[in-house]
Structures are given as structure tokens and as C-alpha cells.
Design a protein around this ligand. Structure first.
Ligand code: NAD
Length: 312
């Protein structure tokens, strides 16, 4: 028989987060306006755009899809940065699928970037700077959607210990993150370590440890290579396992996962085998529905920051 594993679906977590977003929406003076920029012919991007549109409309946000030629995109983004009728900007990547996409990310104003990919926002995140306006600290920095979705899931599952002070609530937790991409895995490992966790970050090249040092004495996380470490060493030591390996052939070996671990999959494929339920205490099979709510939450935050700025 299957053990006492709780399978937690993203939809149930998303619902709770949406209630908070709806509460926040009541307090802003206009419907937040998101413009999505589609400059590729990838049907998956179009599908995602339609899904964003639907989610926005269902939840009191205004969404406009703008299909533009990719050579025009930089100029169009600069105009949108200046346009008071655009609160948030979302670009569907890849556009060029080369380092040129980086230039597009830099072009989007950090005050309109719902995805949290602007250099200043990324730099704040890695440095554990949580506000855009120190020392006043009224304007919250925007975090990238998928890593923040994982954090909100961990909060929901009470892996974050609210008895502890804010910013230290993962102290004592050991977490493996399998994926170290620049868009998800590395920022996620950094955010978790900044909140106090000891993080084992695994990718095809090896294992790194992200921590704030003994007693969380450091202001931000540090990273070290764990020479000779393998996935099994990480799993043996981890209360939480988060996996995001692309492709359908990869499976986290269930026999190496600790009894009672919390397992979360953010890959679009299933990185855990069905028998994970015999080992894990909690299993979250997918997170996409939470990610999209985070996008709305980021957009709301941008509008709240705008209001805060105007009141000064
Ligand atoms: P990527 O290809 O940029 O990165 C993949 C990462 O996995 C790399 O760090 C790589 O080294 C690591 N990896 C690959 N094979 C591995 C192995 N055998 N062992 C250990 N590490 C391995 O991909 P990405 O953009 O980070 O996306 C990863 C997955 O997450 C995709 O399936 C994507 O669809 C999904 N994703 C989901 C969301 C969401 O909200 N649910 C958002 C973004 C991406």
C-alpha cells in the first residue's frame, strides 16, 4: 500500500495565493495593465500567451498581447517603458535564442519587469537586497516568477518556520535543487540560502553548496564547489528535494531520497517516479499554476510600488 504521502496540487496553493492578490487589487486605483510581447512563431509561446491572457482576465487584470517583428522589439519595448498605460511588461522568450535575448532583458524597465529579469533586480536578489529604495525600504524588489513560486509553495507547506525571524525561516533546512539554470535553479538556490537554508545545487557539471555560513552570520549566501559529491550525497542529507530537469528520461532515484522528504517537481516532465509517494511525506508533482499567480502578484506589486512612489 502507498504510505501516508500527501500529494499537493499546485491549483490548491494557487487558489490561496490568488485570494491575497484579489485583496491587494481592491486597494489599487486602477486595473493593472500587462502587455505581453510575442516576437517568435513558437506555438508553445502562443499557448502560454493565451493562458496568461485568460488568467489575467479571470482575475481582474488587463492583458494586451502585442505581436511584433523581432527586429522591432527593442524599440517597441523602449516605448512601452515610457508609456503610462503599460504597468507591466512580459516578453515571451526565446526571441532570437542567442545572447541577443539578454539585450532585450536589459531593455525592459526594472519598474515594469514582471518577470524579475532586469539586471538590477537579479543583482538585488543575489545580494539579498530586498528593496529598491534603501534605506527607506518601501518599494519591494521583484523576484523571478518560477523561483518565487517554489518559495511560496515551501511557505504553504510550512517548510518556512514562521516562529523564526523573517529572512531566517529556512535555518536548519537542507534542500537539494536539481537544476542550476540562470532562470530557475541558480536563483532558487540563492534565494533559499539567503533565507537560511543549506542548499545543495546539482547540475550536469557537479554539486555546489549555497549557505550563509555558520549561524547565518553572512548577509548573503556564499557558494562553494563540493568536489567529489554526487546526487546521492545530497539526497542523503536533504529534507526537501526540488527537481527541474528537462526531458522525460530523467528520474530522481527514489531509493536515494530520505524517508519523509518533501519532493517538488518544477520540470514540465515528471522528474519523480510514481513510487516517490512511498517515500516522501509531501509530493508536489507540478508548479505551473502557482507560477502564473506569481506573475500577477509581481504585476500587482509593480502597481503598488508605483502608488507608493507617487505618494512621496
Ligand atoms: P535548462 O535547460 O536551462 O537547465 C536545465 C538544468 O538541469 C541545467 O542546470 C542542467 O545542468 C540540469 N540538468 C540536466 N540534466 C541533469 C541531470 N541528469 N542531472 C542533474 N542536473 C541536470 O532548463 P530550465 O529553463 O531551467 O528549465 C528546466 C525545466 O523547468 C523545463 O522542463 C522547463 O519546462 C521547466 N520550467 C518550469 C517552469 C514552471 O513554472 N513550472 C518555469 C520555467 C521552466
Amino acid at each position: 500500500p502507498v504510505g501516508s504521502c500527501k500529494v499537493v496540487l499546485a491549483a490548491s496553493i494557487a487558489k490561496k495565493l490568488l485570494e491575497e492578490v484579489h485583496d491587494g487589487l481592491k486597494k489599487v486605483d486602477h486595473k493593472p495593465r500587462l502587455h505581453g510581447f510575442l516576437a517568435n512563431s513558437d506555438p508553445a509561446a502562443k499557448m502560454y500567451a493565451n493562458w496568461t491572457a485568460k488568467t489575467c482576465q479571470e482575475n481582474g487584470f488587463d492583458f494586451t498581447l502585442r505581436e511584433v517583428a523581432r527586429e522591432d522589439l527593442e524599440d517597441v519595448l523602449r516605448e512601452a517603458n515610457q508609456d503610462p498605460n503599460v504597468d507591466g511588461i512580459l516578453v515571451y522568450y526565446p526571441v532570437f535564442d542567442t545572447t541577443r535575448d539578454r539585450t532585450l532583458q536589459w531593455t525592459v524597465s526594472l519598474y515594469k519587469d514582471v518577470e524579475g529579469l532586469s539586471p538590477q533586480l537579479i543583482s538585488n536578489m543575489y545580494q539579498n537586497i530586498r528593496f529598491l529604495d534603501p534605506p527607506a525600504n518601501q518599494l519591494k524588489s521583484i523576484l523571478p516568477c518560477t523561483p518565487l513560486a517554489v518559495i511560496k509553495i515551501l511557505e504553504h507547506l510550512q517548510i518556512y518556520n514562521t516562529f523564526l525571524d523573517y529572512g531566517k525561516r529556512l535555518f536548519g533546512r537542507r534542500i537539494t535543487v536539481i537544476n542550476r539554470s540562470e532562470v530557475v535553479g541558480r536563483p532558487l538556490a540563492a534565494l533559499l540560502a539567503n533565507d537560511g537554508a543549506e542548499v545543495f545545487s546539482v547540475d550536469v557539471t557537479g554539486v555546489q553548496r549555497f549557505t550563509r555560513g555558520t549561524g547565518l552570520k553572512k548577509q548573503k549566501h556564499e557558494v562553494e564547489d563540493l568536489e567529489g559529491w554526487q546526487l546521492k550525497d545530497c539526497l542523503l542529507n536533504s529534507d526537501v528535494v526540488i527537481s527541474g530537469v528537462p526531458g522525460d528520461s530523467y528520474k530522481v532515484p527514489t531509493e536515494l531520497i530520505r524517508e519523509g522528504a518533501v519532493c517538488i517537481n518544477f520540470s514540465s516532465e515528471k522528474n519523480f517516479s510514481p513510487d516517490v509517494k512511498e517515500k516522501a511525506s509531501i509530493y508536489v508533482p507540478a508548479i505551473g499554476k502557482v507560477t502564473i499567480v506569481i506573475l500577477l502578484r509581481n504585476l500587482l506589486r509593480i502597481v503598488q510600488n508605483l502608488r507608493e512612489n507617487q505618494q512621496r
